[in-house]
Write a protein that binds this ligand. Structure first.
Ligand code: NAD
Ligand code: UGA
Length: 382
């Protein structure tokens, strides 16, 4: 069957894969009567790459909540931390391996959630060659593992595959508008190649794949100095203490180095120009729910998982200011190249195929994150 894509071209939907010869041991390739039985009864050994990171550690919490699951995390701790998993260290159903996915990994597992990849622009741009190796070689290695042991593998792709989208909101048939040679390309194009590899292994080797296109996700445990917008604004609002109130006046347009010039004035919220660019923010518990539904369901994807509530960065700053500290100032600072101007997921597919939609609104999620940041920064509520 062919679908009409929003690029005006025909896009073939996935055909049934060829005979799954390498999958002889897989719990997913037993007779249909036994499949439901196995899923209900069998223990699952699940690998989470990047499980020490923000989304990964929340996913691990949810998976560990099922006592039929054994969870193995492989992480090189580039942007993740053992601290995110400390409650599971020493648990008999949990194992943590320091491992870089650009190297092969030999474990026996039934499912692979493949998250390993720096996600914040400041981190993925820090060593772009390593980012692209992680996306390409790392995904190849995990697909090789899935093929050898007959595991089902889920890739956490990204809304960045749509680049600076010319179609709004974005549905999965849109092929995107991505700069192949820009400073974001190591991530955007890296994820696009990772998706290609997933489908080639599926078509060529019969691997059971799932692809989630994740839209901006936020919540507790994000790195405080992660660089992404929600964590930046919350940390800035909490660190703000107006010793020099005359330096700023409400929404001021000042130089990016303002907080360095006035260190005693704390940190204003830094809206990168123009501030009219939009994002749609999904709370992490909704995201984890969507990822598990995708893994457990029957559809390969790609499926958008995100919250369609769309905000400009200026609106986000105003909301954080209103919720955390009315006195905080908002400044406009220079942006980075190729910043997408608009982004909002069309989640029709997730609703219809997974029965999933987000539950937590931005205004309800931000205070949960604020509480976590207050604890970690040691800043009590006024
Ligand atoms: N958070 C979002 O808004 C968002 C949006 C779209 C896609 N995603 C994807 O979801 C996944 C998780 O994102 P996150 O926000 O939790 O980011 P994160 O940076 O908190 O987590 C990434 C984890 O991967 C690990 N890692 C990085 N390179 C590795 C390597 N070579 N080998 C082993 N481990 C490695 C890091 O140490 C970290 O623990 C990523 O694949 C990201 O691309 C996230
Ligand atoms: O959801 C996604 O698919 C992707 O979102 C992010 O990319 P981006 O949306 O650029 O994330 P942020 O760095 O949080 O930036 C969002 C917007 O906020 C702005 N911003 C960022 C930081 C800041 O202090 N102020 C600010 O206004 C940026 O200019 C941008 O327009 C990351 O690349 C990935 O985590 C993820 O794959």
């Amino acid at each position: 069957m062919a679908n009409e894509s929003s690029n005006g071209k025909h896009q073939s939907s996935s055909k049934p894969p060829p005979t799954p010869s390498p999958l002889r041991n897989s719990k997913f390739f037993q007779t249909s009567e036994r499949i439901s039985h196995c899923r209900l009864q069998s223990n699952m050994r699940i690998l989470v790459t990047g499980g020490a990171g923000f989304i990964g550690s929340h996913l691990v919490d949810r998976l560990m909540g099922n006592d039929k699951n054994e969870v193995i995390v492989a992480d090189n701790y580039f942007t993740g931390s053992k601290d995110n998993l400390r409650k599971w260290i020493g648990h008999p159903r949990f194992e943590l391996i320091r491992h870089d996915v650009t190297e092969p990994l030999l474990v026996e597992v039934d499912q692979i959630y493949h998250l390993a990849c720096p996600a914040s622009p400041i981190f993925y741009k820090y060593n772009p060659v390593k980012t692209i190796k992680t996306n390409v070689i790392g995904t190849l290695n995990m697909l090789g593992l899935a093929k050898r042991v007959g595991a089902r593998i889920l890739l956490t792709s990204t809304s960045e595959v749509y680049g600076d989208p010319l179609v709004h909101p974005q549905d999965e048939s849109y092929w995107g508008n991505v700069n192949p040679i820009g400073v974001r390309s190591c991530y955007d194009e890296g994820k696009r190649v990772a998706e290609t590899l997933m489908f080639d292994y599926h078509r060529q080797h019969g691997i059971e794949i799932r692809i989630a296109r994740i839209f901006n996700t936020y919540g507790p445990r994000m790195n405080i100095d992660d660089g992404r917008v929600v964590s930046n604004f919350i940390a800035q609002a909490l660190r703000y203490y107006p010793l020099l109130p005359s330096a700023f006046n409400g929404t001021a347009i000042v130089d990016a180095s303002a907080s360095a010039l006035h260190p005693c004035s704390g940190e204003p919220l830094t809206v990168q120009a123009p501030g009219t660019q939009t994002r749609s923010f999904c709370y992490v518990s909704d995201m984890v729910d969507g990822l598990i539904r995708l893994m457990e369901g029957e559809h390969t994807g790609p499926i958008n998982i995100g919250n369609p509530g769309e905000f400009t960065m200026q609106e986000l700053a105003e909301t954080v200011k209103e919720l955390i500290d009315h006195e905080v100032t908002i400044v406009s600072v220079e942006n980075t190249p190729d910043d997408p101007r608009q982004r909002k997921p069309d989640i029709t597919k997730a609703k219809e195929l997974l029965g999933w939609e987000p539950k937590i609104k931005l205004r309800d999620g931000l205070p949960l994150m604020e509480e976590d940041f207050r604890q970690r920064l040691g800043i009590p509520k006024k």
